[in-house]
Write a protein that binds this ligand. Structure first.
Ligand code: GLN
Length: 308
């Protein structure tokens, strides 16, 4: 069923209501290139499956999508490997930080899920093994699902992250030790950081994620094909694992499947209704955007719409 609501007015009200949070939190600075971003920015955009678009503030400013890229990587890996993928990576929430090593050691090199760094590093390895031109193919897929050929990697961010990427290198080493990755560690990390460095705006991200919101529509972009059931299952993983050790809190406050990144972006979907992207660089202690979470919480509260 379709019901209409003044989403634009709701967005504008939300922007006013979140102002008390404008200086709360701190942008990611463990990636030196991200420390240079002006933290006092905010954008939000909604695309409905009926073609309406609503946006406010810096909805057209591109930012580093970081871990949001893990959703695109999962779509590609599922398309290439199907259920075989789950031999290499789990699908349970981790309840630990995105870059934690703890479970990986105890669970002998099988990452809990594809949306923590360890899981995405395994997906980077899978794509390297299965594709002749992984960098080109990944970008081609993101461009196709976004309907936008100008989307790019940011090499400066990728290189900057590698220079200080000691923790991710430790994760890759542990994975290699346990035989979960096949390729050279340096090659796997380089590709992982490159995927994270993609830059998109809220408008571009919310359009791209319509493909996940509208799971009844054929999913076929640049050769990446998924069944309706696979898209629905990806959404389930976004619900349970999209926010690391804050997945429960996000589910409680917002009630939508989604994915965050340390660039300050969050995308969430309301199946068969809309996709929404929000961005603000200041993060809470779990690495999620403070204003982003607050804006989404208010949005699903004001609209009285969530999956629950
Ligand atoms: N590139 C970042 C990292 O590996 C991604 C983390 C994130 O967005 N949560 O640390």
């Amino acid at each position: 069923m379709r019901w209409t609501m003044d989403y634009q007015q709701i967005l504008e009200n939300i922007y006013q209501a979140i102002q008390p949070y404008a200086k709360k939190g701190k942008q990611a600075d463990y990636i030196p290139a991200l420390a240079k971003v002006n933290p006092d920015q905010f954008g939000m955009c909604i695309h409905t499956i009926y073609g309406e678009i609503y946006s406010i503030e810096q909805a057209d400013t591109r930012f580093s999508i970081q871990s949001i890229s893990k959703v695109f990587a999962l779509a590609m890996c599922l398309s290439l490997k199907g259920d075989e993928l789950w031999k290499r990576v789990g699908k349970e929430p981790s309840g630990t930080a995105f870059n934690s090593l703890i479970q990986l050691e105890v669970e002998k090199g099988i990452p809990r899920n594809p949306f923590i760094n360890a899981g995405a590093i395994v997906m980077s390895d899978i794509l390297l093994s299965m594709l002749k031109s992984p960098e080109e193919d990944f970008l081609a897929f993101v461009r196709a699902v976004s309907g936008n050929d100008t989307i790019q990697y940011n090499d400066e961010v990728a290189v900057s992250e590698r220079e200080k990427g000691y923790l991710n290198a430790a994760i890759a080493n542990l994975l290699k030790y346990h035989g979960t990755i096949e390729n050279d560690i340096e090659r796997v990390l380089r590709f992982y950081f490159l995927m994270c460095s993609i830059e998109m705006s809220c408008r571009e991200l919310s359009l791209a994620f319509l493909a996940f919101a509208n799971h009844r529509k054929k999913f076929n972009y640049a050769g990446v094909t998924l069944t309706t059931s696979q898209v629905k299952r990806m959404n389930a993983i976004m619900q349970t694992c999209g926010f690391y050790d804050e997945a429960g809190e996000f589910s409680y406050l917002v009630g939508l499947p989604g994915k965050s990144g340390v660039g300050g972006g969050i995308v969430a979907i309301y199946p068969l209704q809309y996709s929404v992207a929000v961005w603000s660089p200041r993060l809470n202690s779990k690495g999620n955007s403070v204003m982003g979470i607050k804006a989404l919480e208010l949005f699903t509260t004001e609209t009285k719409e969530s999956i629950f």
